[in-house]
Design a protein around this ligand. Structure first.
Ligand code: GLC
Length: 482
């Protein structure tokens, strides 16, 4: 009977789909996530609730300012993902007075022991890379102004001063938390003694992304990263940023939304796999929202679901290889590769073979379903967060419709074949009164850091403290910044 050969496949698929259905979030769920995110954002902004809020809403001291900026060479550093980058950025004005930026970049991988040793070791390594870069480009004799993109939660006191609240994304260097990050960098440069630098600005990668996109599109007032980590920043009304004095204009706020969930806000959405990912991570109990979304965790989530299906005898004949049983073996880039394979299953087959399992066609189809479930939930969860930010901005500005551009960067957003579309669709579904443009930032971390340094350097003092700032109400935020 024809049905006889089909039914085992159908039977298995039904059971698999049943297990994967837990990853599906309907619109009501997402609205709930969005509402809770907005609540925490409000609590993060208010002085009296800030301490216990899970979303910290950190002021960045990046504001609108009527002053122009400096032109010339800037060094930019980018620390926060798997690699550390040093860039030489030339900021220049062309005839139309917009800024032209040219860059030279060098990437350095961060050794595990520098990530998890002491802060001194980490910053010595950074200074060593800088020294190497300056040698290569024959600019060691110059004391360049430097912009530092440091992609961790920092409580700023100024644009060039701020303490690291806690490490995220697998970093753990001891003796850094609670300390001024720019001070740690300056000390390491001093210890070497073979070059000098003028550190003028430190920014989060979301902020650098927003600034670099603002250069192309003056409506860009939101920056977002979906890469190793996940986070967003946006221009908030000064009067609601209670942690900083001043009422006029807007300041960019680094939401640090990756920490959402710390107060139990995500409990009914976290699955058994999420709990394992969290418990086996370097920072259990922290960054729970980020752990549902970002590239640091996505591959491992898929691996845990595959193991569940093996244990239920629904995959690979109920047997996993030693490699597949090993934590971290299913890399996040495989998720993108698996979902790109919509034809002959060749890529899926190759990936699974490299993990020492020999899959049937049905196995390959199941693995693709698992990847789709995990990455779709990631896009939807992240979309609920961004929709929360955008709806909040619209409310604040009392606008009928919000016309806004979001600058985005990060490997998951850029490299996954379907993340973007799923994400855009959900954000638009949840923000009926917003007209949203998404733009991808190119080299945003470096360019953004250099551009904001050019401002900080050129208008000495103006960006640095709020009381010095001569903000003009009604000005487009960041106007004339770049
Ligand atoms: C983590 C960091 C945050 C950063 C994000 C993206 O969430 O805490 O500062 O922006 O990763 O890199």
């Amino acid at each position: 009977m024809a049905g006889g050969t089909l039914s085992p496949r159908r039977g298995t698929m039904d059971k698999v789909e049943q297990i994967l259905s837990e990853f599906r979030l309907n619109k009501e769920d997402l609205k709930e996530v969005m509402k809770r995110m907005q609540l925490e954002m409000g609590r993060g902004l208010r002085l009296e609730t800030h301490a216990e809020a899970s979303v910290k809403m950190l002021p960045t001291y990046v504001c609108s300012t009527p002053e122009g900026s400096e032109v010339g060479d800037f060094l930019a550093l980018d620390l926060g993902g798997t690699n550390f980058r040093v860039m030489l950025v030339k900021v220049a004005a062309d005839e139309e007075r917009s800024w032209k930026v040219e860059t030279k970049t060098q990437m350095y991988s961060i050794p595990e022991d520098a990530m998890t040793g002491t802060a001194e070791m980490l910053f010595d390594y950074i200074a060593e890379c800088m020294s190497d870069f300056l040698d290569k480009h024959h600019i060691k004799h110059k004391k360049l102004p430097l912009g530092f993109t440091f992609s961790f939660p920092v409580r700023h006191e100024d644009i060039d001063k701020g303490i690291l609240l806690n490490w995220t994304k697998g970093f753990k260097a001891s003796g850094a938390e609670g300390n001024n990050v720019v001070g740690l960098l300056r000390d390491a440069i001093k210890r070497r003694g073979d070059f000098e630098m003028d550190v003028v600005a430190m920014v989060n990668d979301t902020v650098a992304t927003m600034i670099s996109c603002y250069y192309e599109d003056r409506s860009c007032e939101v920056g977002m990263i979906v890469g190793t980590g996940c986070n967003a920043c946006y221009m908030e009304e000064m009067k609601t940023v209670e942690l900083v004095e001043g009422e006029e204009g807007r300041m960019c706020v680094n939401t640090e939304w990756g920490a959402f969930g710390k107060n139990g806000e995500l409990e009914e959405f976290r699955l058994e796999y999420d709990k394992v990912v969290d418990e086996t991570s370097i920072n259990p109990g922290h960054q729970l929202y980020e752990k549902l979304i970002s590239g640091k965790y996505m591959g491992e989530l898929v691996r845990l679901v595959l193991m569940k299906l093996v244990n239920e005898d629904l995959l690979f004949n109920g047997e996993a290889s030693e490699l597949l049983k090993t934590r971290g073996s299913f890399e996040t880039r495989y998720v993108s590769q698996v979902e790109s394979d919509i034809g002959d299953r060749k890529q899926i087959y190759n990936i699974l073979s490299s993990l020492c399992v020999l899959p049937s066609e049905l196995d390959c189809d199941i693995v693709r379903l698992v990847c789709e479930s995990v990455s779709t939930r990631s896009a939807h969860m992240c979309g609920a967060g961004l929709a929360g930010v955008l709806n909040l901005m619209r409310e604040r500005r009392s606008q009928e419709a919000l016309n806004i551009t979001v600058g985005v960067d990060g490997s998951v957003y850029k490299l996954h074949p379907c993340f973007r579309e799923r994400f855009h669709k959900i954000v638009r579904d949840l923000t009926p009164h917003c007209e949203i443009t998404f733009i991808q930032s190119e080299e945003g971390s470096g360019r953004g850091a250099a551009l904001i340094s050019a401002v900080a350097y050129g208008s000495s003092g103006l960006l640095r403290t709020v009381k010095d700032m001569n903000l003009q109400t009604g000005n487009s935020p960041l106007e004339d910044v770049i």
